[in-house]
Design a protein around this ligand. Structure first.
Ligand SMILES: [Zn+2]
Ligand SMILES: [Zn+2]
Length: 592
C-alpha cells in the first residue's frame, strides 16, 4: 500500500531520512552508538544504543524539530571511499559499526562513508543529494530490538519513521494511520468487550468475553451447518497426543520449532497438537473403506497450539492458541477434481455471505527441482491440471505461483485484500499424496486391491481468531445484524411510563430468537441512545407515548440519524428477513 522499499523515488528519501534521524538524535543525546538504519516496506528505522538514555514517543516532537532544522540547513550528503583501517579508526568506540567493518577484507575498496554537515555514517549509498529534499517525514513509533535479533545481546532502541516526496502523500499516510487506529481489532476488541488477555494465562492465548463468544459461536454454527449440508461429518478429537503420532506424521522432524515443548509423565510423552491432520488420519484408519465410500469428509473445529515468539503475537491475529475451521477429505484419484470443485464452491458461497469481494485465488504449483517435491510426476500433473481446470470452469480470478507448492502436493489458497489494503490468506485447500501413505491408509478398490487415498486439507474461515479479527476490522466493530453480540436494544423514552410496553417487545423479540436487551436506566433518552451507539448495536428501538398508543415501534439504526416508525409485527418481520439474509446495512449517504 505504501511501499517505500521498492519505490525508486521514496527509497532514497527514506534512506536519507534514516541518516537525518541519526544525526538529530546524536545532536540531542550524548554518546549514542548507531547500528543500522534500513528502509523497510513502510518507511525506515534506525537501531541505536542510547546508553542510559531512552527515547519515548513523547520525545518525537523534539527529535522531529531537530530533523527539520537540519533539513532546512540543507547540507549536501557527500560520499567517499575509505580504507578498512580508516573506518576502524573513525568508529573505534562503536562496537556495532566495527562488527560491520570487520566483515570487509583488509584491502577492500567497498567501504564508504557518507557525510552531511558534521555527521558521518558508514553506508553503501543511495541518498538524495541534499538534506533540503527531506521535507515530508514523520516519526512513527519506538520499540526495543535485540542486536542481531538475538535475545542474548543488548536490547537496542529502534525508532521508526517514514518520509514522502509530497505533502499530499504524507497527509494520505496520516489519514491511513488514523483509519488503522479506528479499525484496530485490539482497540475495538477492548471497547466492545470481545476478548481479553491476561499475563496469568500467557501471551497469544486469548479469553473470549461473552460478546466475542456470541460472534464466535455464530460463526461456528454457520460454518458447521454449511459443511453438514455438503456431506461433511464433524468430529471431536483431543488437543493432546503422544509425540509418537507426530513422529509418524513427520511433523516431529519438520515442525518441532512451531510446537510447544513435550510433557513427560511416567513413561508417556505427550504434546499439544499444532494441527489436526494426524488425528483425522487415525479416524479414517479406524474402519475399513470401500471405493464406494469415498469421498469421506471429516470436519472439526479443532483447537491447536503453536509456539510463536512472545514478541510476534498480536491480538487475535497472531496467537498461540487457535481454533481452526478444519477438514480432511479422503478421495480417490478420480475424485480429486470434483471434490476440489466442491471446496471452491463452498468458499465462494461463504464469501458471498460475508460480502467478501476483494479476493484472488493463488494456485501454488511444483517447481522444477524434483528433490524438493514428493516423487510422483503423474499424480502432480493430474492434480495441478485439475486445479487449473476447476478455476477456469468456475471462472474465478486466479494466478499461478510456481515452486510454491508444499512438498506433498499442490495447493490453492485465497488471498483477500482488507479494508486497510493489507493482503491476507484466508481459505486454503491442499492436496496431499504423502500423509495417507505415512499412516498406511487405504481403501479397497473394485478389484479387491488396497489403494492409498489422496487427502485434501482445507480450511474455509481459517482460524476463528483471525477471521474474527478480520471481521472486526472490516466492519469497524459494527457487526451486521446476524453477527452482532446484542442485536436489538429496546429503549423506553421514559423509564417508568413506557417500561411495560418496552418489556413486552423484549420478550417477543427474544422469543423470535433475537439477542435483545432493555435499557430502562433512569437517564436521559439521548444518553441511552448514545450508549447503544457506542456499543454499535445495529437495531435500536425507541418507544414512547406515540408508540404505546399506536402499537408501533420507532427504529433507529447504528450510524444513522434516520428514525422510522413501524407497526410492531411489520418490524419484527423486517428484522427476521435481515437476519436470515445476513443483510449488511449501509447508510445511504443521500439521507444525511
Ligand atoms: Zn546511507
Ligand atoms: Zn490438515
Amino acid at each position: 500500500m505504501f511501499n517505500t522499499k521498492d519505490d525508486a523515488i521514496l527509497y532514497p528519501i527514506n534512506h536519507s531520512c534514516a541518516h537525518l534521524l541519526a544525526q538529530a538524535v546524536s545532536n540531542i543525546y550524548s554518546d549514542v552508538k548507531f547500528w543500522v538504519g534500513p528502509v523497510v516496506e513502510e518507511g525506515f528505522y534506525y537501531d541505536m544504543d542510547l546508553g542510559e538514555a531512552t527515547i519515548k514517543e513523547e520525545d518525537f516532537p523534539k527529535i522531529e524539530k531537530e530533523m527539520k532544522r537540519l533539513a532546512k540547513d540543507g547540507k549536501r550528503i557527500v560520499g567517499r571511499k575509505v580504507t578498512k583501517k580508516e573506518a576502524q579508526d573513525f568508529f573505534k568506540d562503536n562496537p556495532y559499526k566495527l562488527y560491520l567493518i570487520d566483515k570487509f577484507d583488509e584491502d577492500s575498496d567497498e567501504i564508504s562513508f557518507y557525510t552531511q554537515g558534521d555527521f558521518t555514517d558508514l553506508c553503501r549509498g543511495g541518498h538524495v543529494e541534499s538534506l533540503k529534499e527531506l521535507k515530508y517525514f514523520k516519526l512513527l513509533k519506538v520499540a526495543g530490538a535485540y542486536w542481531l535479533n538475538d535475545s542474548k545481546n543488548k536490547m537496542l532502541t529502534r525508532v521508526y519513521g517514514i518520509a514522502f516526496d509530497s505533502e499530499e502523500k504524507l497527509k494520505a499516510y496520516e489519514n491511513y494511520l488514523e483509519e488503522c487506529k479506528a479499525r484496530d481489532h485490539r482497540k475495538l476488541g477492548k471497547e466492545l468487550d470481545i476478548f481479553m488477555t491476561s499475563e496469568l494465562v500467557g501471551p497469544g492465548l486469548n479469553l473470549w468475553l461473552p460478546n466475542g463468544a456470541v460472534i464466535r459461536r455464530t460463526l461456528e454454527r454457520y460454518i458447521v451447518d454449511k459443511e453438514l449440508e455438503r456431506g461433511y461429518h464433524h468430529v471431536y478429537t483431543p488437543v493432546l497426543a503422544s509425540s509418537e503420532l507426530y513422529k509418524i506424521s513427520g511433523h516431529w522432524d519438520h515442525y518441532k520449532d512451531g510446537m510447544y515443548p513435550v510433557m513427560k509423565m511416567d513413561k508417556e510423552e505427550v504434546v499439544l497438537r499444532p494441527m489436526n491432520c494426524p488425528h483425522h488420519m487415525l479416524l479414517f484408519k479406524n474402519s475399513l473403506h470401500s471405493y464406494r465410500d469415498l469421498p469421506i469428509r471429516i470436519g472439526e473445529l479443532g483447537q491447536d497450539f503453536r509456539y510463536e515468539k512472545s514478541g510476534a503475537v498480536m491480538g487475535l491475529e497472531r496467537v498461540r492458541g487457535m481454533c481452526q475451521n478444519d477438514a480432511h477429505i479422503f478421495v480417490r484419484k478420480d475424485q480429486i477434481k470434483e471434490e476440489i470443485k466442491g471446496v471452491v464452491e463452498l468458499i465462494l458461497d461463504v464469501y458471498k455471505d460475508f460480502n467478501i469481494k476483494n479476493y484472488k485465488f493463488r494456485l501454488s504449483l511444483k517447481g522444477d527441482d524434483n528433490e524438493k517435491y514428493y516423487n510422483d510426476p503423474s499424480m502432480w500433473e493430474n492434480a495441478e491440471n485439475s486445479l487449473r481446470e476447476i478455476l477456469n470452469e468456475l471462472n474465478v480470478e486466479y494466478y499461478e505461483a510456481k515452486d510454491e507448492a508444499a512438498f506433498y502436493g499442490p495447493k490453492l489458497d485465497v488471498q483477500i485484500k482488507t479494508a486497510l489494503g493489507h493482503e491476507l490468506t484466508l481459505s486454503t485447500c491442499q492436496l496431499d499424496f504423502l500423509l495417507p501413505r505415512k499412516f498406511d491408509l487405504y481403501y479397497i478398490d473394485e478389484n479387491n486391491e488396497k489403494v492409498t487415498p489422496v487427502v485434501i486439507h482445507r480450511a474455509i474461515l481459517g482460524t476463528f481468531e483471525r477471521f474474527s479479527a478480520y471481521l472486526i476490522e472490516e466492519y469497524k466493530g459494527a457487526m451486521p445484524l446476524w453477527l452482532a453480540p446484542t442485536q436489538v436494544m429496546v429503549i423506553p423514552v421514559h423509564h417508568e411510563y413506557h417500561l411495560e410496553y418496552a418489556k413486552n417487545i423484549v420478550t417477543e423479540l427474544r422469543k423470535l430468537g433475537f439477542r435483545t436487551e432493555l435499557n430502562a436506566k433512569n437517564e436521559k433518552l439521548g444518553y441511552r441512545v448514545r450508549e447503544a451507539n457506542s456499543q454499535k448495536i445495529p437495531i435500536q428501538l425507541v418507544v414512547g407515548e406515540g408508540e404505546v398508543s399506536n402499537n408501533t415501534i420507532t427504529l433507529r439504526r447504528f450510524g444513522s440519524r434516520n428514525q422510522v416508525s413501524y407497526e410492531k409485527n411489520e418490524l419484527y418481520k423486517l428484522i427476521e428477513i435481515e437476519n436470515k439474509t445476513k443483510f449488511i446495512y449501509e447508510e445511504d449517504n443521500n439521507n444525511n
